[in-house]
Design a protein around this ligand. Structure first.
Ligand SMILES: Nc1nc2c(ncn2[C@@H]2O[C@H](COP(=O)(O)OP(=O)(O)OP(=O)(O)O)[C@@H](O)[C@H]2O)c(=O)[nH]1
Ligand SMILES: [Mg+2]
Length: 302
């Protein structure tokens, strides 16, 4: 390594559903953070490492900023706050369409958080594939009034448009520092975390409204059984018997569908055949119980 190598932490912050996880995956050219069309998909601080010859950027994907209504959401907001605290640079993401329709400007909470952090802050206007060229410029002018952003970058995480430009802008602000992680490493999380997230993604895709929000996935067993075949047992935890019923479905049909979709995605991710066993359990009000939260991996940072 030479003395011009740059490395640092970059937090992705914004309201739910603006495309933070999609952007992380696009920047890494690899899917490490789950994406759905529903808000509040991400519940953790998810680290993704982009290593290039002259720099290493450690991205932190975070849960969308909301006013917490229960303990799980409070922990989610602590993850977002700790990402801002860890960051050398903060990216505030907004959804271009919502911002244009004014249903969605970067809300005061997110701006207040980054203002207090007093760090280089970029405004990233995502989903511009959904706007016409003529719509983009006036929108950027308007959004710049919100905060003295160091950079404003319109892009599309979905198509990849302008994502290289974002990386180039980030590199300008990165401190000179040796890489924090081995340059082969993409994340600090274990395979079993990604597997639990994949099942959670399928839950969001398959079930409506309350079930995905009341559910979490707990990996009970993860081991190689026989040659290159993995045995994975996971509990899906919900808060009430009625949710368990919905999850399982008539004669187990819904759970079977969930298992098949999850297994497929897990096999793609691991690159191995997988035997997946899912069980549904009820833990009343687990989202509001500190001990259950920590048992299921939602331990508040620091
Ligand atoms: N058209 C378009 N859709 C996008 C783009 N980026 C993300 N999306 C979609 O927006 C939705 C939300 O994306 P996510 O990446 O899960 O958003 P998020 O900000 O991580 O959401 P939370 O984790 O809930 O805070 C998904 O349906 C994505 O496919 C984009 O650039 N263009
Ligand atoms: Mg997300």
């Amino acid at each position: 390594m030479n003395d011009t190598f740059r490395s640092g932490y970059v937090a992705l912050i914004g309201e739910p559903n603006v495309g933070k996880s999609t952007l992380l995956n696009a920047l890494l050219r690899q899917k490490i953070s789950i994406v759905t069309d529903k808000p509040q998909t991400t519940r953790h601080k998810i680290l993704g490492i982009l290593s290039e010859p002259e720099h290493q950027i450690v991205f932190l994907d975070t849960p969308g900023i909301i006013t917490p209504a229960y303990l799980l959401q409070e922990v989610m907001m602590q993850f977002a706050a700790s990402a801002v605290a860890d960051a050398d640079i903060v990216l505030l993401l907004v959804d271009a369409v919502k911002a244009k329709e004014k249903r969605y400007a970067p809300d005061d909470q997110a701006v207040a958080k980054i203002r207090a952090a007093n760090k280089p802050t970029f405004l990233v206007v995502n989903k511009i594939d959904l706007l016409t060229k003529e719509e983009v410029l006036p929108l950027l002018m308007e959004l710049q009034m919100l905060f003295p952003f160091d950079e404003v970058v319109p892009l599309s995480a979905a198509t990849g448009f302008n994502t290289r430009e974002l990386v180039a802008a980030i590199v300008k602000y990165l401190p000179v520092h040796p890489p924090f992680y081995d340059t082969e490493t993409v994340s600090d999380a274990q395979e079993r975390f990604f597997v639990s997230e994949i099942v959670r993604e399928k839950l969001f895709e398959q079930y409506k409204e309350e079930v995905p929000y009341s559910a979490t996935v707990d990996i009970i067993e993860f081991k190689e059984r026989g040659k290159g075949k993995f045995f994975i047992a996971a509990d899906i935890i919900v808060e009430r018997d009625s949710q368990k019923g919905i999850l399982i479905g008539r004669q187990g049909a819904a759970l079977k569908r969930l298992g098949a979709a999850s297994r497929n995605a897990i096999e793609n991710f691991l690159g191995h055949p997988v035997f997946l066993e899912l069980h549904v359990k009820v833990r009343a009000d687990w989202r509001g119980d500190r001990r259950w939260l920590s048992a299921f991996g939602y331990t508040s940072p620091d």
